[in-house]
Design a protein around this ligand. Structure first.
Ligand SMILES: C[C@](O)(CO)[C@H](O)COP(=O)(O)OP(=O)(O)OC[C@H]1O[C@@H](n2ccc(N)nc2=O)[C@H](O)[C@@H]1O
Ligand SMILES: Nc1ncnc2c1ncn2[C@@H]1O[C@H](COP(=O)(O)OP(=O)(O)OP(=O)(O)O)[C@@H](O)[C@H]1O
Length: 284
């Protein structure tokens, strides 16, 4: 039997860091939602007890470094499953982009193997397993829109934002999340984004207030290291996006756009100097 799972990309509408914790992680407040740019996973049981990964993307690891491999190993070990699985990753989400591509693949693997092997693991248990793989994985297990706290693993489901276009642009640089958090200093942040204001904007369904309250404190590090990310933000604003922000630790910049008529102008304007531009919808 073959089963399929979609692994969508996430964007952070808000990312605030409150403090550095004793365990080295940072205490965050994030509002995250999914967009319809997704990897597609195909999973099939193998006759022997092993995990095999393949992908059309030549630039990701296919061994135990792959997050889908790690997810399969975790679920096998924890539930004592003595069966093998072959997982094919059809990658569409750019890698190391701030869009949680690897985390979403891990989450889709947990959901998929739960089905393939009939394990009946409840969603909150899958989220706990996911947290062992990465801070973004629990959110990727549930999807939807959520307020994430702790190191990102504590989730509170909230309403989806109103539907809109999302233009994603990834400059040709690779950003390490660990490096960005490592350089981040809370004391450098003069004005924190308001989680309460963003939650209010979403619950009122006010697109303009959502755009007005976008904020990501990790921009203080990534924009300093890579001026091209700042240039991309400025271009997107100039081309008429209603709200513009860097996602996660970057380098992808997203623009929220309410009117379809504006989208092609923004897309064409960005494509002039940025190769990787995607026009997608929010997953609501
Ligand atoms: C930047 C975001 O993607 C925004 O959604 C997340 O906060 C990071 O999520 P992630 O990539 O799943 O992060 P993890 O794989 O758990 O951690 C990668 C590295 O980022 C740092 N890290 C991550 C999350 C967090 N709350 N504080 C941290 O300091 C740690 O140095 C860690 O070693
Ligand atoms: N299934 C996978 N897909 C993509 N990258 C993977 C995968 N498994 C492991 N990796 C590795 O993980 C690293 C980060 O890739 P990923 O695309 O998950 O980053 P990201 O989008 O910045 O994640 P986040 O937003 O959660 O920080 C890369 O160095 C990549 O080699």
């Amino acid at each position: 039997m073959k089963i399929y799972e979609k692994a969508p990309a996430k964007i952070n509408l808000l990312l605030d860091v409150l403090r550095k914790r004793e365990d080295g992680f940072h205490e965050v407040e994030m509002i995250m939602t999914m967009v319809d740019l997704a990897d597609r996973l195909e999973m099939e049981e193998l006759p022997r007890d092993s995990i095999m990964i393949s992908s059309q993307a030549g630039y990701i690891p296919l061994d135990e470094k792959n997050l889908a491999f790690q997810a399969a190993k975790l679920i096998k070990d924890r539930y004592d499953v003595r069966k093998g699985v072959y997982i094919h990753l059809d990658k569409k989400i750019p890698v190391a982009a701030g869009l949680a591509g690897g985390s979403s693949d891990a989450a889709a693997t947990l959901r998929g193997l739960n089905r393939l092997w009939g394990l009946n693991i409840p969603q909150d248990e899958l989220c706990k397993l996911g947290a062992e793989l990465g801070s973004d994985v629990p959110f990727c297990v549930t999807g939807g829109t959520a307020l994430a706290t702790g190191r990102g693993e504590r989730l509170e489901r909230i309403d989806n934002p109103p539907q809109c276009w999302v233009v994603l642009a990834k400059p040709p640089i690779n950003v390490s999340t660990a490096d960005v958090y490592g350089r981040f200093r809370v004391s450098d942040i003069k004005e924190h984004p308001s989680t309460a204001a963003m939650l209010g904007a979403i619950s009122r369904g006010s697109f303009s207030d959502i755009c007005g309250n976008l904020g990501n404190v990790l921009e203080s590090v990534t924009l300093g290291l890579y001026p091209e990310v700042l240039q991309l933000k400025e271009s997107m604003e100039r081309l008429g996006a209603d709200g513009v922000l860097m996602s996660g630790s970057g380098p992808t910049v997203f623009g929220l756009v309410s009117k379809e008529a504006k989208v092609s102008r923004i897309y064409n304007g960005l494509r002039g100097f940025c190769k990787e531009v995607y026009v997608v919808r929010m997953l609501t």
